[in-house]
Design a protein. Structure first.
Length: 177
């Protein structure tokens, strides 16, 4: 497992290092000791899946307000997604910046997302499944988000025209600094 910090402080790409033989491969996707050594939160409280029927489905930009800020580890276990992390930590040197990466069921890549960052993703194939490792548990009263196409961030989505959105995501507000 290889942890590579992105341009956003505390946001890491997690890549597997497969050991292959004639059967296929084996690779670690999680290691508490390696996470802890990088100063990351190695605790997982819940795991979740999102199943997405249609290419172009967009979920985000979601986060939880304090004191229930979430650490997330996001991976794609079927299909392909464009995954985006947006830094909303006011004291961060990368405040209001974003980073994106393609996560697929073939590259086995994941994002490590610290509290204070919003997360969103767009499916690039039909029938895509995304897995989430999260801490702490979801608290509905602290759920928050910002609009996926808010001009304050200028996030570059691969399929920007008429994405499939939930009513909640359609109603998310513009960001106020």
């Amino acid at each position: 497992m290889r942890l590579t910090e992105t341009k956003l402080a505390g946001v890491f790409l997690v890549d597997v290092e497969p050991v292959e033989d004639e059967r296929g491969f084996f690779a670690r996707t999680w290691c508490s000791d390696e996470m802890r050594a990088k100063g990351l939160n190695p605790v997982v409280t819940q795991t979740s899946y999102s199943q997405n029927r249609l290419r172009g489905t967009l979920r985000g930009m979601h986060y939880q307000r304090d004191p229930y800020g979430e650490t997330k580890i996001v991976s794609c276990i079927r299909g392909r997604i464009w995954d985006v992390v947006l830094d909303l930590r006011r004291d961060s040197p990368t405040y209001c910046q974003w980073v994106g990466a393609e996560l697929t069921d073939r590259n086995y890549r994941a994002f490590y997302i610290p509290p204070g960052c919003a997360h969103g993703m767009q499916t690039l194939e039909d029938d895509t499944v995304v897995a989430y490792k999260i801490t702490p548990a979801y608290v509905a009263t602290h759920a928050a988000g910002v609009r996926w196409n808010d001009p304050a961030f200028a996030i570059e989505w691969p399929l920007p025209d008429a994405p499939t959105l939930s009513p909640r995501d359609r109603a998310l507000p513009d960001f106020v600094r």
